[in-house]
Design a protein around this ligand. Structure first.
Ligand code: EPZ
Length: 416
């Protein structure tokens, strides 16, 4: 199993370019099931979750090929509607294929999805919404069997602004003859990106980015070229890393608006952050103050995907920090590993309290999930001495060439 080997204590400095957003590319790849033509996705990082989605699409009959960092997907040859357990369970995003398969082929047999161990990860909102739109959905022996019917109700009110459920409904409704509304829709930038992609393929979706999305169905979708938005969670992870190591970085293609909640908290810590034509700049103070408290929430609230990285930061801020995890029910599994590095962290259910320490000290730790693993890497970069991070396959689900990127910013990190 690969590991990261880190010699900590060196400030991150210099310029870096973000990869395209994992949480845009995954639903967009599922949306290729709807497209009877060839799609070119530009600058696609080989996240392991992206490769898993490519396997799923190929298994359905799509043609996939890479030319440099461009990924070509031709969904016109898709003729299968079944996704087995082996292909579905490594990733959460396999569930995003349900809506598109029902819309394009009228039926689907999809094994339950996987995803990071950060909570139960139910799919009840996905299934109840598709049922409301006339689909017959049966769950049996670890599979979801679906059949498209005639829509009875064209307005879906989500009881929680679920990102995945919003995406599944949006994709399914794209090929329905009627108009469909999603009320209390998720507003994440990745939702807007998916709507842009679908509209580029000929769909007519309005309101993405607000809590009410309207989809006017079309007969079919054609191919297109598309460049997904930069990854705001990678951006936040690098900003926090620079803050933790007393560094100074410029993120050249950052979209500042996507990280407003984080930027406010990093300024509370004493970081100087500003944007100019070169990009988003952060310089860290010698001594970090605690940011106070964080409550994770749906966008534009504080992103749950940066919660672990902010707990790692709190470990070396002066004072106490309080973190409330309101989105997932068990997203503190990585804390035990932070304690090995000297962090003073306690949590009970969804509340975590951190008492800042002067220093962290290198140790051998193991990633528990994608963002918890990223938090351990940041803590290792800020620690005195050597840290090994094992089980980095979790981290490589959503960070591509992480060791190279950090090395280019002055870190001493190797992928073994
Ligand atoms: C997406 O997951 C992201 N994953 C997650 O990123 C992200 O943390 C999450 O949205 C929230 O922003 C991808 O896009 C591939 P949700 P998703 O549906 O769609 C509950 C990362 O690290 N819920 O908004 O699974 C659910 O249990 C990953 O990149 C239901 O109860 O998130 C959770 O508590 C982690 N029933 C909450 O809603 C449902 O049917 C948020 O889930 C669906 C969700």
């Amino acid at each position: 199993m690969s590991q990261f080997f880190i010699n900590g204590g060196r400030p991150l400095h210099g310029e870096v370019v973000l990869d395209c957003a994992k949480n845009s590319l995954l639903p967009i790849l599922a949306a290729c099931i709807l497209v009877e033509g060839r799609v070119e996705l530009k600058r696609v990082p080989k996240y392991s979750d992206v490769l898993a989605m490519c396997n799923i699409l190929e298994n359905l009959g799509a043609k996939i090929c890479w030319q440099g960092s461009s990924l070509f997907v031709d969904g016109s040859t898709i003729d299968k509607a079944a996704i087995c357990h082996e292909l579905a369970c490594p990733v959460r995003s396999s569930i995003f294929t349900l809506g598109p398969l029902l819309a394009r082929l009228g039926k689907a047999k999809v094994a339950y999805p996987g995803g990071c161990d950060i909570g139960l990860r139910p799919i009840d909102l996905h299934l109840s919404s598709l049922r409301q739109l006339g689909c017959k959905i049966i769950e049996k022996n670890g599979y979801i069997y679906g059949e498209k019917g005639s829509a009875t109700d064209q307005s879906i009110m989500l009881k929680f602004a679920s990102v995945g459920a919003t995406e599944n409904i949006m994709m399914f409704a794209t090929l329905l003859p009627e108009q469909t509304k999603i009320v209390n829709a998720a507003k994440e930038p990745e939702i807007v990106d998916l709507a842009c992609f679908l509209n580029r393929c000929g769909a007519t979706i309005t309101g993405a980015g607000t809590d009410q999305i309207t989809i006017n169905g079309v007969k079919s979708l054609h191919g297109c070229q598309f460049l997904a938005i930069p990854d705001r969670i990678e951006c936040g992870t690098l900003l926090i890393g620079a803050a933790m190591t007393g560094g100074q970085i410029c993120i050249k293609n950052a979209i500042e608006k996507h990280n407003e909640a984080l930027i406010e908290k990093l300024k509370n810590c004493g970081c100087k952050i500003f944007s100019d034509q070169k990009g988003l700049h952060l310089s860290s103070p010698k001594c970090l103050q605690s940011y106070g408290e964080i409550e994770t929430a749906v966008y534009p609230g504080f992103p749950t995907d940066l919660q672990p990285q902010m707990v790692a930061l709190a470990c070396i801020c002066k004072g106490c920090s309080l973190i409330f995890e309101n989105v997932f029910e068990s997203r503190f599994n990585y804390v035990g590993e932070l304690l090995k590095l000297g962090g003073d962290v306690k949590f009970k259910q969804s509340v975590c309290i951190v008492r800042g320490r002067e220093k962290l000290y290198g140790a051998d730790v193991s990633a528990t999930d994608l963002r918890g693993g990223a938090a351990l890497v940041l803590a290792g970069l800020a620690s005195e001495g050597y840290t090994t991070v094992s089980k980095i396959q979790f981290i490589e689900r959503g960070y591509f060439n992480l060791a190279q990127k950090l090395t280019s910013l002055g870190a001493d990190i190797k992928r073994l």
